[in-house]
Design a binder for this molecule. Structure first.
Ligand SMILES: Cc1ncc(COP(=O)(O)O)c(C=O)c1O
Length: 385
């Protein structure tokens, strides 16, 4: 049996909506993008959503819109994807890495508090795997020190913690619609915010800093000049992508129920399997269940990755701790044990297949292949990072 790491669930409804767009006048940012933004904001319970080309773009524009720049420090977790951090460098600010909670991989408010200096301007908590960071605690720390909170919600279109969803406690939340995400259009993203000023700024910044987009220019009866009011970027979401996203919104709840059932099946099996652990979903949190990862012994991890691959089970590593990657090492100079929890998680992680279309017999096959892989005594490898 071959079990893919990911299979998307797009079908006839998505094809119909995209076809409708292809037969219409606008392929770029117009009516479907606006409809998606309104429906997405409603679903999140946040006033404003703005569609962009990726979560990376969303993070970049959030930093720019909040005025983060040279001389500023931005606190980020050491356990995340590099996209959380690279935009901090793009705006000329300095990322300050924080260690994560050893049981969840999430950024704790206490770790942020300990790193605040007079130069700290913002914090980017990551809702890792779909489980939300403690936004109430982080909001308190941020308010005490006058910091902006930018949520990296790439994994978390559907998470809730202590009654809060992404965008409801942070100043702005950033989402990814990348190919493997719970809500996908291949490549895409969005910001969500309660602040009209930030939504307006991101809307302008996503399209060159122009005062009008193509649809505004078209719908005016006579030609109206546009202006460039600020230095912007080319990060807008187009109507073809929005058309792919729209039919998925009503299906997200049922998909989450299936993701939850798969995770429970994994967790029941792995909690009884010697040598295997997995991150916990914090109390009071409904995880979006984007990724399912297990933790195995450091010296067995790479051998297990190889075994799974050789036996037709798609797997990945989300993630090795960022401070162990070459560029981070060279630029920030942290020793591997500077962030021991992130290091340990990064050396033990194996990500397993998780998507609504995964069948129970496939889940069981993954579990049995992990069991076989851990008892197989091939050569052990250097876990690197
Ligand atoms: C935690 C995290 N942040 C940001 C991103 C960037 O998302 P995108 O590929 O949409 O730019 C990803 C992508 O996988 C991610 O996992």
């Amino acid at each position: 049996m071959k079990v893919e790491f990911y299979r998307h669930g797009l079908g006839d409804e998505e094809v119909r909506e995209v076809t409708d767009t292809l037969r219409s006048l606008f392929l770029t940012t117009a009516g479907k993008t606006a409809r998606f933004e309104a429906e997405f904001a409603r679903m999140l319970g946040v006033e404003h959503a703005v569609g962009v080309s990726s979560c990376t773009a969303a993070l970049h524009l959030s930093l720019v819109a909040l005025g983060v720049g040279p001389g500023d420090e931005v606190i980020v977790p050491a356990m995340t994807f590099i996209a959380t951090i690279n935009p901090v460098w793009w705006v000329g600010a300095t990322p300050v890495l924080a260690d994560v909670d050893p049981a969840t991989g999430l950024l704790p408010p206490e770790a942020v508090e300990a790193l605040v200096t007079p130069r700290t301007r913002a914090v980017i908590p990551v809702h890792l795997y779909g489980a939300m960071a403690d936004m109430r605690g982080l909001r308190e720390v941020a308010d005490r020190h006058g910091l902006a909170l930018i949520e990296d919600a790439a994994h978390c279109v559907q998470g809730v913690r202590d009654g809060l969803r992404p965008g409801q406690a942070g100043d702005i939340a950033c989402f990814s619609f990348y190919a493997t995400k719970n809500l996908t259009c291949g490549e895409g993203g969005a910001v969500a915010t309660r602040r009209a000023d930030l939504a307006d700024r991101v809307r302008t910044l996503r399209l060159h800093g122009m005062s009008k987009g193509a649809a505004d220019r078209y719908h005016a009866r006579t030609y109206v000049h546009w202006d460039m009011v600020t230095l912007g970027y080319k990060y807008n979401l187009g109507d073809i992508q929005a058309a792919l996203l729209l039919p998925q919104l009503p299906k997200l709840s049922a998909n989450l129920a299936r993701r939850e059932a798969i995770c429970r099946r994994y967790e029941a099996a792995f909690s009884r399997m010697p040598g295997v652990d997995f991150p916990r979903v914090p109390d009071g949190c409904t995880s979006a269940r984007h990724l399912f990862t297990i933790w195995v012994d450091e010296d067995r991890r790479d051998a297990l990755l190889a075994y799974l691959g050789e036996h037709g089970v798609g797997c990945a590593v989300n993630y090795r701790a960022v401070h162990t990657l070459t560029y981070f090492r060279e630029r920030l100079g942290h020793a591997p044990d500077a962030f021991p929890n992130a290091l340990r998680i990064g050396r033990r992680t194996v990500t397993l297949p998780l998507y609504p279309g995964l069948r129970d017999d496939e889940v069981d096959h993954v579990i049995e292949t992990v069991r076989a892989g851990l008892s197989f005594r091939g050569p052990s490898a250097d876990p690197g990072g």
